[in-house]
Design a protein around this ligand. Structure first.
Ligand code: FAD
Ligand code: PHB
Length: 400
């Protein structure tokens, strides 16, 4: 067995794991990242698209914002569409000038992997049979197998950044975690189409036949989602059926044109709200999707994952600078404050905009009344806007 030693062992090379490795490097702390998939796979996965203001600020402060600055598309508003009418929410006007930025998750991951490799930081891709041990005492290890054989990393702490289906959370003894969960009776069919976006801003659409979302990846790539049955397979959705359904749901009085183009990717995403508490057990800290999942309606998952690792990196930096464990001890509590606010917002946006199979006419009327309220009351619109652009970050204000 090949033995390695580092300060922080990081399981998972998604956005959370890669940002943590980068922030730790900037604080002079060594880490090793262990990722189950190949570099190409993690850099090509089609996932999130919307960065909060605070996430962009973090990318810049961490010195990985150059391409985001050049290629990110800044938006100052979103559209809510219901009853065949268009309503703009002026995010910037309602939040003292804050914005959101369209910059795909895979570009964030690419930038962070490039930064890692540029400084010669250790990262193992295609790691198999990953396991963590010894984290209830002070000798934690990560074991895995790769082309070089069996590897063991001895470390001071383990960061579980391995997503919802990873190994870290399930390795914590049953009974030490409390799980809070809600599933939804629908899913999203997501497509990527090679065509210019049909709108300059995102469109969240409430319709009798279900929710639809118009988003984008670049000036020539459109990302579109349709609420669908959670048991639907991609095969049930021909290109013709998808476009027909999108035209129906997005139709507005006075006309608006949805651009059609070749569909280059299709996928069905289940919807779930999930929190595991606390986000720490002994010497293992869980962050991002490993600890919590939100339904994608509020565009929050990636942003929340990065907010967690910012808190964790600051806590580790304080510990290694002088041995104080106070921020490590408050890590879970600090993160969970934000996690629950983001859970609430994501659940609320989801409940507001989707058609629930068991809905009765009262619920449909109530949804429309709430949409009407949001689009006619500055106070209500402001509440949506301040959550959508991102609540202030928790933890030390001056980090990194
Ligand atoms: P992940 O990205 O899941 O990364 C975990 C990493 O760990 C992966 O690379 C995985 O390969 C690796 N791994 C897993 N198991 C192991 C193991 N045993 N050993 C080693 N490595 C392992 N969020 C937003 O903020 N905005 C959006 O617009 C948005 N849209 C979304 C749309 C879709 C279709 C989906 C699916 C998600 C969306 N999200 C969005 C959510 C967002 O993508 C996630 O919240 C985000 O990826 C979480 O990052 P993470 O690093 O915690 O986890
Ligand atoms: C996306 O562009 O993928 C996206 C945008 C907004 C959301 C969810 C996903 O709420």
């Amino acid at each position: 067995m090949n033995q390695l030693r580092t300060q922080v062992g990081i399981v998972g090379g998604g956005p959370a794991g890669m940002m943590l490795a980068h922030l730790l490097h900037r604080a002079g702390i060594e880490s090793i990242v262990v990722e189950a998939r190949s570099r190409d796979y993690v850099q090509e996965r089609v996932r999130a698209g919307v960065l909060e203001q605070g996430t962009c600020d973090l990318m810049h402060a961490a010195g990985v914002g150059a391409r985001l600055e050049r290629e990110g598309i800044t938006h100052q508003g979103i559209e809510l569409r219901f009853g065949g009418q268009r309503h703009r929410i002026d995010l910037s006007g309602l939040t003292g000038g804050k914005t959101i930025t369209i910059y795909p998750q895979r570009e964030v991951v690419k930038d962070l992997i490039d930064a890692r490799i540029a400084v010669g930081g250790a990262i193992f891709f295609e790691a198999e049979e990953v396991s963590i041990r010894g984290f209830d005492g002070d000798a934690p290890t990560i074991q895995f197998r790769d082309s070089g054989g069996v590897q063991e990393i001895r470390c001071d702490f383990i960061a579980g950044c391995d997503g919802f289906h990873g190994v870290c959370r399930p390795s914590i003894p049953a009974g030490a975690l409390t799980i809070f969960e809600r599933t939804y009776p629908f899913a999203w069919l997501g497509i990527l189409a090679e065509v210019a976006p049909s709108s300059d801003e995102l469109i969240y659409c409430h319709h009798e036949r279900g929710f639809a979302l118009h988003s984008m990846r670049s000036p020539s790539l459109t990302r579109l989602y349709l609420q669908c049955d959670p048991n639907d397979s991609v095969a049930a959705w021909s290109d013709e059926r998808i476009w027909e359904e999108l035209h129906t749901r997005f139709a507005v009085a006075g006309g608006w044109k949805l651009n059609e183009g070749p569909i280059v990717q299709k996928g069905v995403t289940p919807m779930r709200s999930f929190v595991a508490e606390p986000m720490r057990y002994g010497h293992v800290f869980i962050a991002g999707d490993a600890a919590h999942i939100v339904p994608p309606t509020g565009a929050k998952g990636l942003n929340l994952a990065l907010a967690d690792v910012r808190v964790l990196a600051a806590a580790l930096a304080k510990y290694y600078a002088g041995g104080s464990r106070d921020l490590l001890d408050s890590y879970s509590q600090t993160c969970l404050k934000r996690v629950w606010k983001v859970q609430r917002f994501s659940w609320w946006m989801t409940s507001l905009l989707h058609r629930f199979p068991a809905d009765n006419p009262f619920d449909r009327r109530r949804q429309v009344a709430e949409l009407d309220y949001i689009t006619s009351s500055r106070a209500a619109a402001q509440s949506l806007a301040e959550n959508y652009v991102g609540l202030p970050m928790e933890g030390p204000q001056r980090f990194p």
